[in-house]
Ligand binder design. Structure first.
Ligand code: WT7
Length: 567
């Protein structure tokens, strides 16, 4: 498929079929993502090429060729089969960014399991909700995260295989625990990859909404068709690239573009299993000569804070292309990146639900700093009137971002929650839940979310989970969690709390509540501030008006609240 030509030509001539053909998707009845990310690359003669260079936080380095990826994922797949995991069982990956996470992801898919990656910083409550909802059978875990699982496993009758990947040799497994060491297990050279159909579930990623529990966006194996072609066109991945996706595979960016896309293309990727640090990151990119870098606005804002002087201490001349996702990428960050790296960050817009990039800036297109770009070829996107759900035709008018269903990586449902899934469609459009406008050249400009979900440092946090945790505290009568502005994270969580009679607001009370919820929530969802209020504003039907509280934090016009009150 041609890389060349104007946006319009490429958009017009695009066909998903061509991407399928390039990938040889479905040859010999094979649709399993696991095959396309390892065996196929080896069959093409690239078995010796490095697929993964991993560096741990202590500086330890491990390297895996595509043949290693093939063999280790076989080894994990066979182990899972032998241990009694069946096709269609949910297998959770709950680890830091260690090699077993990446190889385990491929291994689970190869044996027909459904992978359920979860961010290892999640607290036990967040973990419990997601394992309970998916009726997860197995979890692959590092010993450091085991205490969280041990505290909740009695409430999870389906969770019968707790696979510890780095147990001490002398440790005795507790009930339902199994010790597995990938590198010590006899290598499985040949494994019969389970021949799943293209529509068979592959991955479930949990994502938060305004109401109810987090929802499991369920994807199918054929999602790879979209992940492959967007990795090629938008990330512009080429044979000799050294690619770095900074996202954790606990989130969709870390699987779609931190595993599937790059490995389907046979590219070498690097992983740094360590926290953020501007100079740490620059040194890492210099050491491995990273040429393509996919990151997020919060990270870029943190880098901006350290200044261009920090950048200039390193030789980053290997960088060829930069892209960003997850939150609005402000024009300032785009302009800064050009000064700092000689390259502009290319914004991409998509969601857990869409499985792959939807609105993008790719090489060859004119970039308008501050705009998310234009729909990727094969994607029909528009903005809809909020009341009629009809496309808005006049440029610059704000509406709801909507996509015409039919691209390969769209979620197939929310796990166990078809009703919520169905509610996301109006007039034949999939509604993303965001607001934007389109200019007269077809560029999309992000305005904000259309719900009460908080986007903090690129992570979506549902107010419901935070409020539920708060309500379990003995002194809390009612609560509301909203996003308040933050120069680095875009938003941070602020909680409003009305106390029960007999309890008084105080610094000690605040501390007590914070400590109480810390155990339940992931660090991302933790409120940065608590404000005690006598009561919370509500609609006539009793719903808390988070939007009003939020507007105050942002210094926005509150406007006519009478409609809100009638919600
Ligand atoms: C939400 C999806 C799939 C990427 C990781 C996040 C926001 C995403 C952009 C962007 C402004 C963006 C939206 C979207 N978002 N990309 N380029 N500009 N906002 O996946 O956790 O499902 O979040 O993140 O609000 O709906 P997610």
């Amino acid at each position: 498929m041609s890389h060349i030509g104007s946006y319009e030509e490429r958009y017009k001539s695009f066909n998903w079929k061509q991407s399928e053909e390039e990938l040889e998707y479905g040859k010999n009845g094979m649709y399993n993502i696991g095959y396309y990310c390892s065996d196929r690359i080896c069959e093409k003669g690239n078995g010796k090429k490095l697929g993964l260079i991993w560096e741990g936080f202590t500086g330890e380095v491990k390297k895996y060729s595509y043949n290693d990826i093939r063999v280790y994922s076989n080894t994990i797949a066979k182990f899972l089969q032998d241990t009694g995991i069946n096709v269609g069982d949910r297998v959770c990956l709950f680890m830091d960014k260690v090699p077993e996470l990446y190889l385990g992801f491929i291994g689970i898919l190869k044996m027909g399991g459904i992978t359920q990656p979860l961010f290892s910083a999640f607290g036990e409550e967040a973990l419990f909700t997601r394992l309970d909802d998916a009726k997860t059978k197995a979890i692959m875990i590092q010993k450091k995260h085991l205490p969280k699982v041990r505290r909740i496993k009695d409430k999870l009758p389906d969770l019968t295989k707790i696979i510890v990947i780095d147990a001490d040799e002398a440790a005795t497994p507790q009930i339902n625990e199994i010790h597995f060491w990938m590198e010590k297990t006899p290598k499985v050279e040949k494994f019969d990859i389970v021949k799943v159909g293209p529509e068979v579930p592959s991955v479930i990623h949990y994502t938060s909404g305004t109401t109810g529990k987090p929802k499991g966006a369920q994807h199918a194996h054929s999602s790879i068709i979209a992940q492959y072609i967007t990795s090629k066109w938008v990330l512009d991945l080429q044979t000799d690239d050294i690619y770095w996706c900074t996202a954790d595979p606990g989130w969709v960016t870390g699987t779609s573009y931190g595993i599937i896309g790059p490995w389907a293309l046979g590219v070498t990727q690097v992983v740094l299993d360590a926290g953020f640090g501007a100079e740490k990151w620059y040194a890492f990119m210099q050491k491995y000569k990273v040429s393509m870098w996919y990151s997020a606005p919060t990270a870029i804002r943190l880098l901006m804070k350290e200044g261009i002087e920090a950048v200039k201490k390193y030789d980053l001349s290997s960088l060829r292309h930069l892209a960003s996702v997850g939150e609005p990428l402000n024009a300032e960050a785009v302009v800064w990146s050009e000064k700092a790296f000689g390259k502009m960050f290319h914004d991409t817009y998509w969601q857990t639900e869409t499985g792959a990039m939807m609105i993008t800036n790719y090489p060859g297109m004119k970039i308008k700093p501050g705009s998310m770009g234009k729909p990727f070829p094969g994607i029909t996107a528009t903005v809809l009137n909020t009341k009629t759900y009809e496309p808005i035709t006049s440029p610059g008018m704000v509406g709801l971002i909507a996509l015409k269903p039919g691209w390969p990586s769209m979620m197939r449902s929310y796990w166990n929650n078809k009703t919520t899934y169905d509610s996301k469609f109006k007039n034949g459009w999939y509604i993303c839940g965001d607001r934007a406008s389109i200019d007269n050249e077809g560029y999309f400009w992000f305005v904000g979310r259309d719900d009460d979900v908080i986007n903090t440092a690129g992570h979506l946090v549902g107010p419901f989970e935070i409020e539920s945790a708060l309500l379990e505290h003995k002194a809390v009568a009612e609560s509301a969690a909203v996003g308040k502005p933050d120069p680095v994270n875009m938003e941070v969580v602020k909680a409003f709390i009305a106390l029960k009679p007999g309890f008084e607001p105080s610094g000690d009370m605040e501390l007590d509540i914070m400590n109480f919820i810390r155990k339940k929530l992931s660090p991302l969802a933790m409120p940065q501030e608590i404000e005690f209020v006598p009561s919370l504003p509500k609609t006539r039907s009793g719903k808390i008006m988070r939007r009003l509280l939020r507007a105050k934090e942002w210094g926005e016009e509150i406007g006519d609240t009478s409609t809100l009150e009638n919600d």
